[in-house]
Design a protein around this ligand. Sequence first.
Ligand code: GLC
Length: 418
Amino acid sequence: MAKSRRKAEVERDRARRMNWWRRARFGMFVHWGLYSQLERGEWVMHREGIPPHEYGKLASTWQPRPDAARDWARLAKAAGMKYMVLTTKHHDGFCLWDTQQTDYNAARSGPGRDLVREYVEACRRCGLKVGFYYSLMDWHHPDGWRCARSESARRRFVDFTHGCVRELCSNYGKLDVLWYDVPAPLDTAALWESEKMNRMVRRLQPDVIINDRSRMPQDFGTPEESIRAAAGGRAWEACVTYNGAGVWGYQPAPPEDWCSVRAVLGMLRKATAGGGNLLLNIGPRADGSVPEEAAQRLLAVGKWLRKNGEAVYGDVTQADWWTTAMHSGAWTQKGRTADFWCTAWPGRELAIGKVHGTVERASLLPTGRTVEFEQTRERLVLRNLPARCPDRTAGVAVIKLEGKSKLSQRMGVGWTLA
Ligand code: GLC
């Protein structure tokens, strides 16, 4: 009994902490570090076998321009994103903050600045929630690999790791999201002492939301490069690259490799339909500047969201996957409202098969203009629509259907009435 009460309490506390996050839907992931200078992604050290002492020289040549973080935060805000997550330390082990745990950090070598502090201040100035990415795997720390084979090395490395996390949770004010990554080479939460680490994190940051990559499930799942719900109805956030190459750190890419505005909106739609979040990555150049392709397209996404945001933000009470069998678009759904994201405008009339539940009203976002309709058991026909797609930003127009009760589209396999 006491156990189930305790469990209910944990769930209540989680719901409270995650309330903003569930409604936020859209965040910016920032991969930025020494590797940005080499312009071949964030795995370059490993993939090219660059020895740590060689790679470490990149610290002395890294000269990020002032206010880089301010520009990301402004862009995120303009794009309709509600939070950011920055790589405070990626697998290369270089810490972007002023840490006592190692001199291999941006304050004591190279830039001579606490880049994490600059980032936190920039987020706050723009009213964005603050997230820290932290890679457990570390290619620089002398015990980073050895810890799997030697208990004394493990002891040192776990102390180092917990020390880093403690600083991040102590020195920058309120932290909204802690985003661990790659818990290698230690195979269990016990070896990382993750339970203890996360308990410390929660003591220091009672409202923080923690992802599932410390070998413990914690608050949310993190599907990568694919937008799909986490198992068991858990909260989830899909993290995705933007430039097609599956590369998170800066690497030049031709314009056609970047996701189009429509593709980004498509990802947002899918995340929304499944009740999840989308964490879209930008890999700034070494100086901190954002590739033009990313910036321009994000601004257009933001413009679209300012008009159509009601289809995206807020609680998704029904996280069903609606069938996407329509030629002309796909759905999101919140309670009694079903939004049809029309990506191939049909002209004056749109027929939708097998809508179950009574439609009470149909209208167009963002104007709220009423749309005439006729509903029979087999089909819903919307009439007198504008001849051309009303959305000039991306050719994605949202038709809002309000149901008497929850609506659904059940296609089945044949024509016959269900
Ligand atoms: C993978 C990659 C890493 C990237 C992360 C983002 O774990 O190893 O480079 O930062 O995905 O989710």
